[in-house]
Ligand binder design. Sequence first.
Ligand code: SAM
Ligand code: SF4
Ligand code: SF4
Length: 353
Amino acid sequence: MSSKATLDKIPAPARAETKDALGRPLHDLRISLLDQCNFRCPYCMPEAEFHAEYEFLRKQQRLTYEEILRVARVAAGLGVSKIRLTGGEPLLDKSLTDLIAGLAKITEIEDLALTTNGMLLAPMASKLAASGLHRVTISLDSLDEDVFRRMSGGRGDLQKVLAGIEAAERAGLSPIKINVVVQRGVNDHTVMDLLQHFRGSGHVVRLIEFMDVGNRNGWRMEQVVPSRQLLDQVVQRWPLRRVDRNYPGEVARRYEYLDGQGEIGFISSVTEPFCGGCSRARLSADGVLYTCLFATHGTDLRESLRNDADEEELTDILSRIWLQRADRYSELRSPALAEAHMQRKVEMYRIGG
Ligand code: SAM
Ligand code: SF4
Ligand code: SF4
């Protein structure tokens, strides 16, 4: 990522033209609201690392809603039409609906979504919808009680998550997507049951390859189940046909069941990278803007926000960052690059997935 000195050299572009160094537009902003979580999924926040004494961000270190809204408005002016709230676990923030109401007023935002582990969703779903949230993605790695519990670090309650999905449906927070991180030897044997459960429900299950995000989840290539392998398995039971992407840069490869029972998606960041269409920026809870999920560093916006940078200055900063962006970690992924990034990548719970 760019230093201030190099940022200064590049003239800011006209708003609508913001494309990065590889010609990719800025369409999608993911906002991590907080770095805390009520789960300890071993692939994201292993308990041994994120223990009782672990120091998460304090409230004054996190961006305020007003600061988040300022960044969101500027990003919208540069082409962002899609915002996803994430974390950590965003539903731990009980005033969240105030922020959603503010984001929903930004006219350029056509898609306002939230990713959650679903534990706290049931009692909040209708309030989230009333405040202006369009839809939710719920992470649910298995319907096997034991496997699910293990994959949530012993903290998840499967029935609560399922109740959350039902409540989201009743509240109209759809289309609902169900994210499943597939890890070999951990939950891969339960994937077909999960697909069976959601067939015909209208919810879209997305099978995600276990990724080498951050430095603390003990990622090993042997634990990745390539999407191609899962696809072959699914097709043998339920024939599928490929469906076009909803929009350029969509991360999931979409398929429909030939028998009309709905859609599934594959997110294959490891074996079939999709950097070419990547139009996402990520804002961490403490105000650092990252231009790649595997970034080793980002640009601190909090200081500018707290030094009263006006809209024009913020526009300038954001557009310069985007202009210089050349990230394509997944496409370049190699043992040497992984080694170079080792211990320096930002963690998933900070950057938000
Ligand atoms: N706590 C919320 C949740 O779990 O939905 C939102 C934040 S979580 C970091 C966002 C997404 O990242 C989740 O769907 C989660 O499964 C996914 N994720 C976390 N670590 C991952 C990893 N190592 N590989 C692939 N996906 C991962
Ligand atoms: Fe928490 Fe989500 Fe990470 Fe699991 S994946 S530990 S629920 S932030
Ligand atoms: Fe985008 Fe970085 Fe992922 Fe490539 S590796 S798709 S640039 S976030």
